[in-house]
Design a protein around this ligand. Structure first.
Ligand code: SF4
Length: 325
């Protein structure tokens, strides 16, 4: 039940709080060790806020974040620092996440220096090993980020994230800023590293076609809440929330016969403001299936069908076509 609200202030000197941006508005999920949870939604849905709250770049307003039996939401000082070492993040834009004034060897070494990973020699050896692990040549170590392509920079960012041997990696849109031609290479690398180092991933993307080949389970987020959560294949085969169906409608199917037959939901309008969240079901202002009850009553996020599939919609059976089953 994680919540992250940012207060809005008014007044130059005597500031008063006039409202809140509800970036995360009661989110719950779990990730099994060694698995990947895909977190999907449009820009502004709160995905990145979840990532940042998990690594405590933001302190949650409410809720708990359990990691290995400890509540990350309340840890402070040395205990927080130790936990953070075990959870690392890969950011969307490899052009912005690497400081252009440092060589890539210093950038990869930095977390090891901060966390006192070993002697100078051990750190140097590990930098070269990490470069090999992510498919870059060790002789590149003394070059600067601007000497590399986007795909290579993201490999450097991945090497940096792995430097202190984390158990969990949060990848926030790791391929969105890359050319389509190199996306598959970076995704394959991430998958290979997951197997090699038994990593657990939270993989964030606005693109369901990217997550499809990567995640074990998928959570769909809308305006600060998870509206659907299911095993990957189940979610693609039987979406139970109109928003998920709309996101899936945007993913092209290569077979023209199937493409022609499938039922679609095309989204209209923009995401409402997280300052004024619509009443009842927060998706009702854009939902083509909305009824009177949707404007008044917030649907519960509850198990549907096989019990591992969760959705928050009054008419989820209608969405999935299982109404009469
Ligand atoms: Fe649409 Fe109503 Fe379901 Fe919300 S509860 S997604 S408005 S049908």
């Amino acid at each position: 039940n994680l919540k992250l609200y940012f207060p809005l202030y008014r007044g130059l000197i005597l500031q008063r709080v006039t409202g809140h941006v509800r970036a995360i508005d009661g989110v719950s999920f779990s990730i099994e060790r060694g698995q990947t949870l895909g977190l999907v939604g449009e820009s502004g849905s709160g995905k990145t806020s979840v990532a940042r709250a998990l690594v405590r770049l933001y302190k949650p307003t409410e809720g708990r974040i359990y990691f290995d039996g400890k509540d990350l939401a309340t840890l402070e000082g040395e205990a927080l620092r130790n936990m953070r070492q075990r959870i690392q993040m890969i950011f969307q834009d490899p052009y912005a996440s690497l400081n252009p004034r440092f060589t890539i060897a210093s950038l990869i070494a930095e977390p090891m220096v901060i966390y006192r990973y070993g002697s100078k020699q051990e750190i140097q050896d590990r930098v070269l090993e990490l470069l090999r692990v992510v498919g870059l040549r060790p002789e590149y170590a003394d070059r600067y980020p601007h000497e590399f392509s986007g795909g290579q920079r993201q490999r450097i960012a991945i090497a940096r994230a792995l430097a202190i041997q984390p158990e969990v990696v949060i990848a926030d849109e790791p391929v969105s800023a890359l050319d389509v031609s190199v996306r598959a290479q970076v995704l394959n690398l991430l998958r290979q590293l997951q197997r090699q180092f038994s990593l657990t991933y939270l993989f964030i993307s606005h693109d369901l076609s990217v997550v499809r080949h990567f995640a074990d389970r998928i959570a769909v987020m809308y305006l600060g809440k998870i509206v659907e959560l299911a095993d990957r294949d189940e979610l693609y085969a039987v979406p139970r929330h109109p928003y998920t169906k709309a996101l899936l409608s945007a993913v092209p199917i290569p077979d023209p016969k199937v493409e022609k037959r499938r039922s679609r939901i095309i989204l209209s309008g923009d995401l409402p403001s997280p300052i004024n969240i619509p009443s009842g079901c927060r998706f009702h202002t854009r939902c083509p299936m909305a009824q009177e009850i949707c404007r008044k009553e917030e649907p519960r996020f509850e198990p549907k069908g096989n019990g591992t599939h969760y959705a928050a919609c009054h008419f989820s059976d209608k969405v999935s076509g299982t109404e009469d089953a």
